[in-house]
Design a protein around this ligand. Sequence first.
Ligand SMILES: [Zn+2]
Length: 75
Amino acid sequence: MPLYEYECEKCGKHLEVRQAVGQDGADLECPSCGTVGPRRLFSSFFCAGTGDPGFSGGSSSCSTCSSGSCSSCGV
Ligand SMILES: [Zn+2]
């Protein structure tokens, strides 16, 4: 089950919630201030801990070669 990250728009508190795919978290409540309906951030399930440098951006976005191995990639 993926881990979703939300941010309370009122106090800025971050919430990490395990949810089934398809749920929107609109009924989540901020544990800090009680505001309902936090804003969803990018899932840490996809953003963190992959350990793949090509996946986390940077070299793979080279517009010259698209493979991350040309002379302009490592600049
Ligand atoms: Zn809050």
